[in-house]
Ligand binder design. Structure first.
Ligand SMILES: Nc1ncnc2c1ncn2[C@@H]1O[C@H](COP(=O)(O)OP(=O)(O)OP(=O)(O)O)[C@@H](O)[C@H]1O
Length: 530
């Protein structure tokens, strides 16, 4: 295997008189040289060295996967190369020539664009306006040239096969289509480098396939793609090259064709990870939760199920099948139109999340970034916030107890942070998610609803999260787990409910609990059994 460690392009490469001549006149794609090179990039924050002399090369017409554990520095390097952060040291080269990106605009103008999950789009504007925001075609009089704007928007949307009306307000689109708008916007500025940060995390399987097609098209157009993902199957499917960061340093880089999955994991985590799902031999206990005939005016209809102590009940279904909406209704975020939710045989009247929490039901949402962590508060307070009755005595907060409580959960979930009093806002995305899971587990609920519990969580910590879940279930916690990851659903659940278009498509357990059965029910393919 020829994995090149620390494979920065030697600074002298471009000083070679022959190459320099060629690079000046021949486009990089013809020479197979990197279009963008980062060398010796270092970036520190108070108390944290997020990046330490890392290197990254992006090649035209190729996908480079950037992998690393939560907090390894992936988002930080993206912010450096898109002009959001200034590196403390190091060089960025575009076509071999040193450049700086003092602002995000400078990076955009140099042809570097990032498609984040949270790419800033404007709900009130139309699709076409969103695509061309900041660089809309204008008339001689400086006004927006609407017919031209529309024509160009159609052209770009056609190129990515997005059948969207350019004049439609963005707010009417679902998440996948908004993503397409973000991609169209990247194309509209004729980006040479496209950064995709966990682009498939919120997409359904069909949409993921469409995104892969799109990546192929971007490659064929000669664009260099940086693809950040925690999903190994997709990295192996679409990437040509890889770069691994570990603890802010370069752990390796090379060609995908030269590396195996376990080698990549070892570079990432520093050890091999055999993800075997925890054995769960304890039989579920008595019934805790009973949901009967729960309906919502638009999202789901007539859903009934029970959940026992110590049980992990999986909810599988395509995005949009109503799983999260059902959980939000049980937790009191939205109101069901009919049906009942009972705990220990007594019907609950849940009007708001506070009622559910008081009853011992908590919900960890999928969108933990927006709905979960309290930015500005340290980690330990985020974790202990909803459990103050465990840590305060006679009104005094016992700091030591708070720390101890937080530490237990932090360690079990493999949260990486400089210290427990670090501001949650400064944690990496995946580590913020662990804080939110910890915070709800620390309340010691009767029932916990985990929506996509390992989304955005790295491959090393996933096993830790699963082991902890299994242990808590063995202690009697009743768990509902919504997940789109088949291995997780099959590996962790005692029973699975498959939802399709707001209805219960199937209840599956035992030998029927196989990936094929789940996929067939979720897709409504005739002949599904189980
Ligand atoms: N603005 C900031 N202030 C302080 N520390 C920061 C800041 N931004 C990032 N960090 C720290 O830098 C390190 C790298 O974080 P980064 O977000 O780049 O990780 P990541 O690889 O993207 O992780 P994930 O997979 O969880 O998204 C982390 O330790 C994080 O806490």
């Amino acid at each position: 295997m020829s994995v090149r460690r620390g494979a920065a392009l030697a600074p002298d490469t471009f000083r070679n008189p022959h190459m320099r001549h060629a690079a000046d006149t021949v486009p990089a794609e013809v020479l197979g040289l990197p279009v963008l090179t980062l060398e010796g990039i270092t970036k520190s924050f108070p108390g944290v060295k997020a990046l330490s002399e890392v290197a990254l090369e992006l090649y035209p017409g190729q996908v480079t996967a950037l992998v690393g554990e939560n907090g390894a520095g992936k988002s930080t390097i993206v912010k450096v190369l898109t002009g959001i952060y200034q590196p403390d040291a190091g060089t960025i080269r575009l076509d071999g020539l040193p450049v700086t990106f003092p602002t995000a605009r400078a990076a955009t103008e140099a042809g570097i664009t990032a498609i984040h999950q949270e790419t800033v789009l404007f709900d009130e504007l139309t699709v076409a306006e969103n695509i061309f925001i900041g660089h809309a075609p204008r008339t001689r009089w400086g006004l927006i040239d609407w017919p031209e704007l529309r024509r160009r928007a159609v052209e770009i949307l056609d190129r990515i096969d997005a059948r969207l009306d350019p004049m439609m307000p963005l707010k009417e689109l679902g998440i996948a289509n908004k993503h397409l708008v973000a991609i169209a916007r990247a194309l509209s500025i004729d980006a040479r480098v496209v950064v995709m940060d966990e682009p498939t995390a919120a997409l359904s399987q069909k949409e993921i396939e469409e995104l892969y097609d799109l990546v192929e098209r971007l490659k064929a157009e000669g664009r260099a793609i940086l693809f950040i993902s925690h999903k190994f199957d997709e990295i192996f499917r679409i990437a040509d090259r890889f770069t691994v960061f570990r603890d802010g340093a370069l752990a390796g880089s090379g060609l995908m064709s030269d590396v195996s999955e376990s080698e990549l994991v070892r570079m990432m985590v520093g050890r091999s990870v055999d993800h075997i799902f925890p054995a769960r031999d304890k039989a579920p206990g008595r019934e805790v939760l009973r949901v009967e005939g729960l309906s919502h005016p638009t999202e789901f209809d007539d859903l009934s199920f029970t959940l026992c102590e110590g049980e992990i009940l999986g909810f599988y279904g395509l995005i949009g099948s109503g799983r999260s909406e059902l959980m939000q209704a049980i937790f009191g975020i939205t109101r069901a139109s009919s049906g009942t939710v009972s705990l220990d045989g007594a019907a609950l009247n849940i009007r708001a999340p506070a009622d559910a929490i008081a009853a011992g039901i908590v919900y960890v949402p999928e969108d933990r970034g927006k709905q979960g962590a309290v930015i500005g508060l340290p980690i330990f307070q985020n974790i202990t916030l909803p459990s103050l009755d465990q840590t305060s005595r006679q009104g005094f907060l016992k700091l030591a107890r708070e720390f101890a409580l937080a530490r237990t959960y932090v360690e079990r979930l493999e949260l990486r942070a400089a210290s427990l009093d670090q501001d949650v806002g400064n944690l990496s995305g995946g580590n913020q998610q662990k804080v939110v899971i910890a915070k709800w587990l620390a309340t010691k609920p009767r029932v916990i609803i985990l929506d996509e519990p390992t989304k955005g969580i790295d491959i090393g910590s996933k096993a830790a999260v699963h082991a902890f879940m299994a242990e808590l279930a063995a202690e009697g916690l009743a768990v509902i787990m919504v997940s789109s990851e088949i291995p997780e659903i099959v590996g962790m659940s005692d029973r699975v409910i498959v939802m399709r278009e707001g209805l219960m498509a199937a209840k599956v357990k035992g030998d029927d609990l196989t990936p094929e059965v789940l996929v067939r029910h979720a897709a409504g393919i005739a002949g599904a059994s189980g």
